[in-house]
Design a protein around this ligand. Structure first.
Ligand SMILES: Nc1ncnc2c1ncn2[C@@H]1O[C@H](COP(=O)(O)OP(=O)(O)OP(=O)(O)O)[C@@H](O)[C@H]1O
Ligand SMILES: [Mg+2]
Length: 537
């Protein structure tokens, strides 16, 4: 019982001691608050701060009330820091900037409140300021979880006795934003201005709200705030000449490289490539941006090239006609010579009849060639089988004379859209070569068609022309497609396969050749592929 009383008496004493300490602490805290308020309101003239070097007195005699009030009222952060880097005074603005209560800032090391990457800069600034040189730099303050860009300006502060530093902190967040916006805006406008392409920025009603020098040159006026469709009368190529381009199609969706014509009031005509993209605003579509590239000159060059190509094609046609009619004409010359020397009327008649047949062939070839030429102007849908049968019929005489048997197999069931005359010319050249290779020895000529859908080549028809002729050496295979390469001397021009490849490539197809020469088996296989839509225009 006694010991219990003793114990409870001791606890009671301890509680008393703790209570009095708490009261002391509360009193000190209240004093600290009062002191800060007194400093801020100008009621205190001096401070005693305990630090590692013992107690230091900071008199605030020079800081009159009016100045302190000014510092509190100003829109910049302001603080005074000791040489040890302790924040001695800080205005409310700086505390707000750092996102912390004032009392938690005062007495803290300033470097604890900035980004680690800025610590060296602050130390260097402090050294400069302490050497009497006012120092400024951009650093980053820590504020909650964020970093805030600020400009820090430090000046030496010489009061009675110890030296402190006076600091002004300017928030650069907004300035940075503006700087970025200004520089981005400047960049965008300089790109717009220096672009060789004419660029128009239109709002959602189709009004031009931005334009560059190239656009002004194109329309020869200031198009700013004008309706795009009023300034530019653009006609869409490949559509009815009366179909006008409207800015609303650009506002509805992206346009990529659409060819349009512009006819200005002064009569000048331009071919332009028009592209556009939509501009998204916060509340949906804000407008569109259009680029107009002048391709008038490029178009002129292209047309000149097409003309040259046409001339070259005419030249090739002339060469192939000469080539095709050369053999029968030679025969006619020989037959006439024989007829003139024949003594029997019967022989003369026979020779003349043969010459007549050859001349008919010449006529047939020329009309055939003209057909090729005429039909080349527009593509047509035709079955591979039809093409082959036409060509075989044309060469029937030579096939029989050379003791060649033809084996045909047609598996293609869909037509090809092509320039039929040109494809006939290709097949005719291939069959002629096959006949030539089997002349004097006979053999079989295999002609096949088949079709593929969605292969690596695409979808279309394969033609195979294979013979059991002499075959080709490796050198001949390598050179077979070269113009004027022939192993037939005066009987060949060497243009056949060269023209074939050119025609097939124009039809977006492929031609391949395989050949074998050997004592037991020889022959050549030519395979050509034509897509179903080989010719588009
Ligand atoms: N089926 C084939 N068999 C053997 N050799 C061939 C065959 N096809 C082409 N060649 C060889 O390729 C060469 C070139 O053929 P190409 O058709 O281009 O010209 P050419 O037939 O000689 O002359 P042209 O076609 O002008 O009458 C031929 O001279 C021949 O040597
Ligand atoms: Mg040939």
């Amino acid at each position: 019982m006694l010991s219990k009383d003793l114990q409870s008496g001791k606890v009671g004493e301890e509680i008393e001691i703790l209570r009095s300490r708490l009261a002391e602490t509360e009193e000190k805290l209240a004093e600290a608050h009062d002191l800060i308020s007194a400093i801020r309101s100008g009621e205190v003239d001096a401070l005693v701060v305990s630090g590692p070097q013992g107690e230091q007195v900071f008199t605030l005699r020079g800081a009159e009330y009016a100045y302190r009030a000014l510092i509190e009222a100003m829109n910049e952060g302001a603080a005074t820091i000791t040489l040890d880097g302790i924040i001695l005074y800080c205005n409310q603005h700086l505390a707000d900037l750092m996102g912390q209560p004032l009392e938690q800032i005062i007495g803290r090391q300033f470097v604890d409140l900035i980004d680690a990457a800025s610590v060296d800069t602050v130390k260097a600034l402090s050294n400069r300021a302490l050497n009497g040189v006012p120092a400024k730099a951009e650093i980053e303050l820590r504020s909650g979880g964020r970093l805030i860009p600020v400009q820090l300006s430090l000046n030496e502060m010489r009061i009675d006795g110890p030296i402190a530093l006076c600091m002004v902190v300017t928030d650069l967040t907004q300035t940075k934003k503006w700087e970025q916006m200004v520089s981005a805006g400047k960049l965008a406008s300089s790109i717009l201005e220096s672009s060789a392409e004419a660029i128009a920025v239109c709002d959602e009603t189709g009004k031009i709200v931005g334009s560059n020098a190239a656009l002004k040159r194109l329309c020869r006026c200031n198009p700013q705030f004008e309706q795009f469709d009023r300034i530019f009368t653009l006609v869409i190529k490949d559509v009815d000449p009366s179909t006008r381009f409207s800015i609303f199609s650009a506002l509805r969706g992206v346009i990529r490289a659409q060819e349009v014509f512009l006819r200005r009031d002064d009569g000048t005509e331009f071919t332009l490539l028009l592209s556009s993209g939509q501009i998204a605003g916060e509340a949906g579509l804000a407008g569109c941006v259009l680029t107009l590239t002048d391709i008038t000159r490029r178009k002129q060059v292209e047309q000149a090239l097409v003309r040259t190509e046409k001339l070259a094609a005419v030249g090739r046609l002339a060469a192939s006609v000469a080539h095709e009619i050369n053999n029968p004409l030679e025969s006619v010359t020989n037959l006439l010579f024989l007829a003139s020397g024949a003594e029997q009327m019967e022989d003369v008649r026979n020779h003349l009849a043969a010459a007549d047949r050859e001349l008919r062939r010449v006529a047939e070839i020329t009309s055939q060639t003209l057909r090729f030429h005429k039909q080349s102007t527009s593509p047509k849908e035709i079955f591979g089988r039809e093409l082959i049968e036409d060509v075989v019929a044309m060469h029937q005489g030579r096939i029989l004379n050379a003791k060649i048997t033809i084996e045909q197999r047609h598996r293609a069931t869909h037509p090809i859209r092509c320039f039929e005359g040109e494809i006939r010319q290709v097949l005719s050249n291939l069959i002629t070569n096959a006949i030539d290779s089997m002349r004097g020895r006979g053999g079989r000529l295999f002609i096949r068609t088949s079709e593929v859908h969605g292969s690596s080549h695409g979808s279309g028809v394969f033609f195979t022309v294979a013979d059991e002729g002499t075959g080709m050496s490796r050198e001949t295979v390598e050179k077979a497609f070269e113009a004027f390469f022939t192993t037939k001397g005066y009987n060949g021009t060497g243009l056949g396969l060269w023209v074939c490849r050119e025609i097939i490539e124009r039809h977006r197809g492929k031609i391949q050749l395989r050949s074998k020469q050997g004592s037991r088996k020889s022959g050549t296989i030519v395979r050509l592929f034509l897509p179903f839509a080989a010719a588009l225009r």
